[in-house]
Design a protein around this ligand. Structure first.
Ligand code: CAA
Length: 394
């Protein structure tokens, strides 16, 4: 299935695979146990020039788009889902600058993100605002050349390793979602504190924190795009670009678990033969492999459509996310089953894949929200008389 990949795609994949083999797989279990941030991996990605794959060339990146971002995330996640998201979250948090930032903001921040000197985090969710992302209670009020921020953020991935945060808050509570604005907040700004670290089921090497803002004065030039009220739209546009990356994380996990399951069932002897020689096991492996390949093709098609400048990519991004992450949960669960009792204990690497996969069905929009996005798109397209088979308008 490599035929559709370009020379550039194959090069990115090879670079990421080498880093995954050399720097990620050997430490994945240890990172899971200690919940430590994978600094050595980030340094290897920096050295290979992979930290800015998705960032346009004019801002110091490699201009590799969403497709090459997905390939890197897939390879890293094949070895460790936590490392995959550690990397992908920089894309999630820098996409708001790419889609909505002023020229000055792009010039100021993106080159350092591209080099991996600046790590980023994305602050949309709050304790009481998850799926209903427009109902934020964090506030920013304009005063004397500053935005004064107050409120709290929840589920901030990369929480304490980031140095730059895209924070969504309300600059006009009377306008609901239309009163949301994004503000770029630098670590160390007085009044900005990193709070409680979550003790997670999976992706344990990524620090996920609460963030607190108490009369935090941020210069007004840090308002994303320089205009209030565009934050919700920028968040949605960002998620359209970032959801294929979560899908790629799920794909990597599913492929990694499948590879281990094939290897194990070929080695494991029962009734005088390898368990892989039983037809029932082969059928399980066949279904797993088919789902993984279907997910891969959907993700790549979506990423290519985005990079090709397609409009209305929300539906396809949601389809890629929902399909690949459901596949990841089912394939990693089946992989645990194929390992039998050994699959359920930490002596073997497989149970971690199942734990890491679960979050992909939840973050960057639960899979119920993805289905809502797909359903709404279908109805909108039908109402507009658009052909139902059209995937994304070029
Ligand atoms: N692109 C551009 N604009 C968009 C858009 C898109 N994809 N989707 C919606 N909009 C615009 C609409 O056109 C509308 O504009 P107007 O106000 O001008 O009419 C506006 O946004 C509101 O749209 P909706 O009425 O559709 O909004 P809604 O309140 O019904 O919400 C939703 C829609 C899809 C449910 C949305 O709230 C959503 O995606 N929720 C999930 C949020 C989410 O994914 N959170 C995860 C955060 S990241 C994370 O998980 C943590 C991490 O660090 C990894």
């Amino acid at each position: 299935m490599d035929d559709l990949l370009t020379k550039e795609n194959l090069e990115y994949r090879a670079m990421a695979r080498e880093i995954a083999d050399k720097h990620v797989r050997p430490v994945a279990a240890e990172l899971d146990r200690t919940a430590e941030y994978p600094w050595t991996v980030v340094r290897a990605l920096q050295d290979a020039g992979l930290m800015g794959v998705w960032i346009p060339k004019e801002y110091g990146g490699r201009g590799g788009g969403v497709m090459n971002l997905c390939l890197v995330v897939e390879e890293l996640s094949k070895a460790c889902g936590g490392v995959g998201v550690t990397y992908a979250v920089n894309a999630l948090a820098s996409f708001p600058i790419i889609v909505g930032g002023t020229e000055e903001q792009k010039q100021k921040y993106l080159p350092d993100v591209a080099q991996g000197k600046t790590l980023m985090a994305f602050g949309l969710s709050e304790k009481a605002s998850g799926s209903d992302a427009g109902s934020l209670t964090a506030r920013a009020e304009k005063r004397d050349g500053f935005y004064v921020m107050n409120g709290d953020k929840k589920w901030n991935t990369n929480g304490n390793s980031a140095t730059l945060y895209s924070i969504f808050c309300s600059t006009n509570p009377d306008r609901g979602g239309r009163g949301v604005s994004a503000i770029l907040v630098e670590k160390g700004t007085p009044g900005f504190e990193i709070g409680k670290k979550e003790d997670l089921m999976g992706i344990r090497c990524v620090p996920v924190h609460e963030l607190h803002f108490n009369d935090c004065y941020v210069p007004e030039e840090n308002l994303l795009g320089g205009k209030e009220g565009h934050g919700f739209k920028h968040a949605m546009m960002t998620l359209d670009l970032a959801r294929p990356g979560v899908a790629a994380q799920a794909l990597g996990l599913a492929q990694g678990a499948l590879d281990l399951a094939v290897e194990y069932t070929m080695e494991r002897q029962q009734f005088g033969q390898s368990v892989a020689s039983f037809q029932g096991i082969q059928w399980m492996l066949a279904d797993m492999a088919t789902k993984v390949e279907a997910a891969r093709q959907l993700i790549y098609a979506c990423a290519r459509a985005i990079d090709g400048g397609a409009k209305n990519v929300s539906k396809m991004a949601a389809m890629a996310k929902v399909f690949a992450t459901d596949v990841a949960m089912s394939v990693t669960t089946d992989a645990v089953q194929l390992f039998g009792g050994y699959g359920y204990c930490k002596d073997y690497p497989i149970e971690k894949y199942m734990r890491d996969a679960k979050i992909t069905q939840i973050y960057e929009g639960t899979n119920q929200i993805q289905r809502l996005v797909i359903g709404r798109s279908l109805i909108k397209e039908a109402a507009a008389g658009q052909p139902r088979t059209q995937s994304a308008e070029a």
